[in-house]
Design a protein around this ligand. Structure first.
Ligand code: NAP
Length: 267
C-alpha cells in the first residue's frame, strides 16, 4: 500500500527537497505552503494551503488529507522560521510568534493527526528541530529555545504513543543551504545598540547557512528513517563539527563550552 506523507513547509528548502525525494521513492506526498498559488512550475506532489499558526487551517489541511487518502502514515513537521537578535532588543511579540510557528504549530499538527494514526495503529511523526536547539547560541536564543522545546516534547510524546504503534522522531539539521536566512525575523541591528557584535554574528550565521550542506541530505536521511522498523528518537544531520557540538556540550565543563561558542562567534 502506498504510504501517505504530509510535509509542512514544502515550498522551499528542506521541505521541498524531501517532498521531491519521497515522491520519487513511491510515497504519496502532500506538501503545504501558506500560498500554493506561488508555485509557477508544476510539482509532482499534491499541494495544500496551510498556515501553521492557525488551528482552523491545520484542521482543514489534515481533514483534506484524510478525506482524499483515508489515512495519514507520516507527518513531517518541517515548517519553521528563524529569529535573531540580542534578547534585550527582541520584541516579545516576535519571540512569541516564533514559538507559535516553530513549536506550538507543529504540536497542533501532531494533535490533529494522532486520532487517525491511533485508529490505524500505525504512523510516524518526524519533527524537524535543529542542532542549534541543543544549546543556547548567542543572538539566536528564542530560535534555539523553540526547537529545544519541540525536541523535549517529542521525547514525552514518543513514550505516550508508542503503545498505539506510532513512532516519533526528532531530526536536528545543522546548517543547510536554503533561503531560511532571508526569511528570518531580525531585530534591527540598531546604530546605537550596545550589542556591537550582533551585526558581525549575523553575518557569520548567514555565511554558515549559505555555505551549508545540500538539502537533499535531509531528504535522504528522512527516507532512511522511514525505512527503519525501530528508528532512533534523535538524529543529527550536518557537518562533523556541528554534530560534535552536542557531545562536547555533554562532556565539557559548561564555561569551557561557552568559551568555545563565544570564540566561534568572535564575542
Ligand atoms: N536550513 C537550515 O540551515 C536549518 C537548520 C536547522 C533547522 N532547520 C529547520 O528546517 C526547517 C525547514 O527550513 P528551511 O531551511 O528549508 O527553510 P525555508 O526554505 O525558509 O522553508 C521554510 C518552510 O516553512 C514554511 N513556513 C514558514 N512559516 C510558515 C507558517 N507560518 N505556516 C506554514 N508554513 C510556514 C514555508 O512555506 P510558505 O512560505 O510557502 O508558507 C517554507 O516552505 C525549519 O523548521 C528550520 O527551522 C533549517
Amino acid at each position: 500500500m502506498q504510504k501517505v506523507v504530509l510535509i509542512t513547509g514544502a515550498s522551499s528548502g528542506l521541505g521541498l527537497a524531501t517532498a521531491f525525494h519521497l515522491t520519487n521513492r513511491g510515497y504519496f506526498v502532500f506538501g503545504t505552503s501558506r500560498n500554493p498559488d506561488k508555485f509557477t512550475q508544476p510539482v509532482p506532489f499534491e499541494l495544500l494551503p496551510l498556515e501553521i499558526t492557525d488551528i482552523n487551517s491545520i484542521e482543514t489541511c489534515v481533514a483534506e488529507v484524510i478525506k482524499r487518502k483515508k489515512r495519514v502514515d507520516v507527518l513531517i513537521n518541517n515548517a519553521g522560521v528563524g529569529i535573531t537578535g540580542p534578547i534585550e532588543e527582541l520584541d516579545i511579540k516576535a519571540i512569541s510568534s516564533n514559538f507559535n510557528t516553530n513549536c506550538f504549530g507543529p504540536l497542533q499538527m501532531i494533535k490533529s493527526v494522532l486520532p487517525k494514526m491511533r485508529e490505524q495503529s500505525s504512523g510516524t511523526i518526524i519533527n524537524i528541530t535543529s542542532i542549534g536547539g541543543y544549546m543556547g547560541l548567542p543572538f539566536r536564543g528564542p530560535y534555539s529555545a523553540s526547537k529545544s522545546a519541540l525536541s523535549i516534547i517529542t521525547e514525552s510524546l514518543s513514550m505516550e504513543v508508542k503503545n498505539f504503534g506510532i513512532k516519533v522522531v526528532c531530526l536536528a539539521p545543522g546548517d543547510f543551504a536554503t533561503d531560511i536566512a532571508s526569511r528570518r525575523y531580525h531585530s534591527p541591528a540598531l546604530e546605537k545598540s550596545p550589542y556591537k557584535k550582533y551585526k558581525e554574528s549575523l553575518d557569520t550565521m548567514n555565511k554558515h547557512v549559505d555555505q551549508g550542506n545540500n538539502p537533499n541530505e535531509i531528504a535522504i536521511a528522512i527516507d532512511k528513517i522511514l525505512s527503519k522498523k525501530n528508528p532512533k528518537l534523535h538524529y543529527e544531520v550536518g557537518s562533523f563539527l556541528q554534530k560534535l557540538s552536542k557531545t562536547l556540550k555533554k562532556i565539557l565543563p559548561s564555561r569551557i563550552f561557552e568559551k568555545i561558542i563565544m570564540n566561534h562567534y568572535n564575542l
